[in-house]
Every structure is written in structure tokens, then in C-alpha cells.
Ligand binder design. Structure first.
Ligand code: THG
Length: 369
């Protein structure tokens, strides 16, 4: 496959860590929230094994924050998500589908409750800030909405706990999954959450003080030497095996959360007010017409840069592949696909054309592992 370099410009923003990761050997970027997001440090498989056994530091500054504060902030945040946040607690993170009036997904962020009247929406790749501002203006809400200078550093992998304990002490190992607290480093307090876009465990450091953050970046690599630390980034193989969804790739505005297996984060029984609630009730009543599923394909290689049709024995389209990668664990290509009714059944078979050859595949449940 021919590859191309990315043309940098002001519109595709760098992060405070860009100069460091470029010295450390980043080999590919994608863009995310109008920002550079590293997508490879050498071969994907090497990084995959390293992540599953050691610890990596990721520049995920592209996971931007939309800060919403003010008297009506809780009302606005709730209006945007179908997850009931009425019992949410300060110091906790919540994975929340954001949907429009038609129940179409706008984003699938992590929402942090910083205070009763102050929230960070840690967004995937779409302009949530514009949607939030439009809703606030239309509803005459008393809120302040802006993108603060927050540049997340993720520390991911099984050795992340020992590494972070060495720097921040025992208290950091006692934090619960999706909890957050504040930890001091080199003259600044940093919000650190036990979260991250891998299933290998770890933390996310929401760096606001860049100077202290860069000192922390260097310290993580210094102290990390004995844990075999390496620079890394969200890993396509690991994230597909773990079924961590990627907005814009696996799911988009033409899908609703029930079609995407996000039922756990859809609360229709309580009396909170959010956009698309009536629509979602109807969808639930009538049943979904398509569903996001896993697929396993009898192939050793794939590059997914657009949807690829899945067809049945009559050559009729039964769904589309949206992400895919060769998995060293399954020794086959695995992927995330949207299957049309009635084909979203486990062990449904299909055909797919990859590089002008036809391969067989089978539908399965998510996550793979
Ligand atoms: N961390 C932060 N911001 C983010 C991401 C992140 N913004 C963009 C993107 N990732 C948002 N998407 C996701 C998708 C999945 C998860 C987090 C963010 C996730 N899910 C867990 C799971 O599926 O097992 C747990 C969810 C739960 O049960 O609450 O972690 O990674 N800051």
C-alpha cells in the first residue's frame, strides 16, 4: 500500500508533546478534533505486544475537552446525553453517548463531573462545542462553554500501575476505574483519572500546566526505564479486539446508540430530559433495523479506509465493514461491522472483497476478547 505524509498547518494543531514524540520515533499521524493524533510508532504488531506486556505513554491531547460551567450546566449536559446523569458524582467519569433529536450519535465522550456546576466533555472526533453552543443559545441557558487548554497524556499497559505509584505514591493505585483525583507534580496539581482507550489498564493525566506536564512527561520516561516504557498511541489491533468504538469509523450520526450496542448507557425509564428521548423509545419499541457486530474474516491482511460491503451467497448486501485489522491473537482479520436486519446473528456468514479477492467471514459478538 502506498502511503502519504500529512501536510501540517495551523488548522491541524500540534500538541505540547509533538516535538518529543517526533524525536522518539512517531511514524504516522491521523487527525482528530482538528489536531495531530499519533497513529503508529513503527509496526502495529510490535506496539500491540509491547502494550499488552509493559507500559506506554500516549500523546492523546487530541481528546479535547469542552468545558461547560454555570447555573444551567447540568441541564445542558443532560440535554445532550441519553445516559441519566441525575445521580452522577463529582470525581467520577461517565462514558456517555451524545445524540441529536433524531437519536443519531453526535459523539461518544467521557464526561467528567468536576463540580456540581462544572463539567468536562472529553470528546471523540466531532465538533461537540458547536452543538453545545447552539443548544445553549436556543434554550437561553446560563452557561459558559469553551475549549480549555488541557492536553491528555495516557499511561497505558499492565505496568502503568507500578510506574504511576513510583511517581505519585500508593494513593494512585487505590483509585477506582473511571474515578479521578488530583495529584501534585513539580509545582502543579494534575487531574488524573483511571481510564484510557485500551483494555490493558492505566491512567489519563489531564495536563493543564504545560511546563509541569512536560517535566512529568520526561519523568515518566526516566522512571519508566525499569518498566520497559515506550512511547505509543491507541493501537488499532488492541482496540478492535477490545471493541472500543471509534466515532467516525465504527459509528456516526446515521447510527443510534441502540444499534451500536450502547444500550447500557441509554436510560429511558427515568424522568430526565434529553434530546431524542421520544425517538429512542419508539426505536426500542419497534426494534433496531441494523446492529454493530464483530466479524472474523479468513484473511491475513486488510486496510480499511472506507466502508466495505458484506454480501451473502446471492450477492446481496447484508452489511458493511467499518474497521478491520489482522489480529495476531486470532491469526485472522477481525473487524467491526454494521449488519442489517435479519443478518445480525452470530455465525451468519458473508463474503467480502479485499484487494480484488473474495474472502469468507463470519459474524460474532463484541468484544472479541
Ligand atoms: N479518554 C478520554 N477521552 C476520550 C477517550 C478516552 N475521548 C474520545 C474517545 N476516547 C471516546 N470514546 C471512548 C470509548 C470507550 C471508552 C472511553 C472513551 C471506555 N469504555 C469502557 C468500555 O467500553 O469498557 C468503559 C465504559 C464504562 O463502562 O463506563 O473506556 O479514552 N479522556
Amino acid at each position: 500500500m502506498k502511503t502519504y505524509s500529512i501536510a501540517k498547518s495551523r488548522r491541524i494543531r500540534s500538541s505540547p508533546y509533538t516535538s518529543r514524540i517526533e524525536k522518539q520515533g512517531v511514524t504516522a499521524y491521523t487527525t482528530y478534533n482538528h489536531m495531530l493524533l499519533p497513529s503508529a510508532f513503527g509496526p502495529l504488531e510490535e506496539s500491540y505486544y509491547h502494550l499488552k506486556e509493559n507500559v506506554q505513554i500516549w500523546d492523546v491531547a487530541a481528546e479535547r475537552q469542552v468545558e461547560i460551567s454555570g447555573k444551567d450546566s447540568a441541564k445542558l449536559v443532560q440535554l445532550m446525553t441519553c445516559r441519566d446523569l441525575s445521580k452522577s458524582k463529582v470525581g467520577r467519569c461517565y462514558y456517555c453517548p451524545i445524540i441529536d433529536d433524531n437519536a443519531g450519535l453526535i459523539n461518544d465522550p467521557v464526561i467528567l463531573k468536576l463540580d456540581e456546576n462544572r463539567w468536562w466533555i472529553s470528546i471523540a472526533d466531532s465538533d461537540v462545542i458547536l452543538f453545545a453552543k447552539g443548544l445553549a443559545i436556543g434554550n437561553k441557558f446560563d452557561v459558559k462553554i469553551f475549549e480549555p487548554n488541557v492536553d491528555i497524556l495516557a499511561v497505558q499497559g499492565p505496568k502503568s500501575f507500578q510506574l504511576m505509584e513510583k511517581i505519585f505514591g500508593k494513593k494512585i493505585t487505590e483509585m477506582k476505574f473511571f474515578g479521578f483525583d488530583y495529584f501534585e507534580f513539580s509545582g502543579a496539581k494534575h487531574l488524573i483519572a483511571k481510564s484510557g482507550w485500551s483494555k490493558q489498564g492505566g491512567y489519563e493525566i489531564y495536563v493543564e500546566n504545560t511546563k509541569s506536564g512536560l517535566a512529568l512527561y520526561d519523568e515518566l520516561f526516566e522512571v519508566g526505564k525499569k518498566f520497559n516504557v515506550k512511547p505509543g498511541c491507541p493501537n488499532l489491533i488492541e482496540r478492535i479486539e477490545s471493541a472500543l468504538l471509534s466515532y467516525g469509523n465504527d459509528i456516526d450520526n446515521n447510527d443510534n446508540p441502540l444499534e451500536c450496542g450502547l444500550d447500557k448507557y441509554v436510560n429511558l425509564e427515568t424522568n430526565v430530559n434529553f434530546l431524542g428521548k421520544e425517538k429512542l423509545k419508539k426505536i426500542k419499541e419497534n426494534g433496531i433495523k441494523k446492529k454493530l457486530m464483530g466479524v472474523i474474516i479468513d484473511s491475513k491482511e486488510i486496510n480499511v479506509s472506507k466502508s466495505i460491503d458484506l454480501t451473502n451467497e446471492k450477492n446481496l448486501k447484508i452489511g458493511e465493514l467499518r474497521s478491520g485489522v489482522y489480529s495476531p491473537h486470532f491469526k485472522k482479520v477481525i473487524g467491526i461491522a454494521m449488519l442489517n436486519k435479519p443478518h445480525f446473528e452470530v455465525s451468519q456468514t458473508f463474503k467480502i472483497s479485499i484487494n480484488h479477492s473474495i474472502y469468507e467471514g463470519k459474524v460474532c459478538d463484541l468484544p472479541f476478547i
